[in-house]
Ligand binder design. Structure first.
Ligand code: SF4
Length: 182
């Protein structure tokens, strides 16, 4: 697929993402506008996140930031997907975002982007908790995805680069996810 066709197909994926349940904003961005900062991953491990080490899609069980940077360098475009809603619906909205990211990734794949890769916002909440124990594994490997933060992405700066509103308001929650496309 040439670059012009890629761009046309990416716009179709954008329209699809907009139609996913709960989605309030979607932007097609240049992959170079994705900001990766080691301090984001450092916060995962050293700022008291309760999910650190517990979720299969959270650090340290996911690729490190350096590895992600190498992978990211191969992409040319991405879709930022946002869901906003009442703070009391935090879990429901997190699952809606996960679903939108997953479905958009599959749509991108079907439109000729074989390396489409989705990243959610915050810890994977598909199950109440991940199985524990020496041989425990993710029980929904098909659908589980790591978060942007786990990969070291500075979500605030990346949204700012995309002209996407990421205000923090009392009583409102915003979840942001990403689908890398190529
Ligand atoms: S799908 Fe379930 S087991 Fe897998 S990472 Fe998500 S919450 Fe954990």
């Amino acid at each position: 697929m040439d670059l012009i066709q890629k761009f046309e197909n990416a716009k179709k994926v954008l329209e699809f993402a907009k139609s996913c349940e709960g989605v309030t904003d979607v932007r097609l961005i240049d992959a170079r506008d994705i900001v990766v900062d080691d301090r984001v991953r450092f916060q995962c491990s050293h700022s008291g996140c309760r999910e650190y080490g517990k979720r299969f899609m959270c650090p340290p069980k996911v690729p490190d930031v350096e590895e992600f940077k190498k992978v990211l360098a191969h992409y040319i475009m991405a879709l930022l997907i946002q869901i906003k809603g009442p703070a009391e619906d935090v879990l429901k909205l997190s699952k809606l975002l996960h679903n939108a990211v997953y479905k958009t990734e599959k749509k991108a794949f079907s439109l000729g982007f074989p390396f489409a890769a989705g990243l959610i916002g915050g810890p994977c909440n598909l199950c109440e908790k991940c199985p524990e124990g020496e041989n425990a594994r993710c029980i929904n490997r098909e659908k589980a995805r790591p978060s942007m933060e786990a990969m070291g992405i500075d979500v605030l700066k990346t949204c700012k680069n995309a002209g996407m509103n990421l205000e923090f308001k009392n009583g409102e929650i915003t979840w942001t996810g990403l689908v890398l496309i190529d």
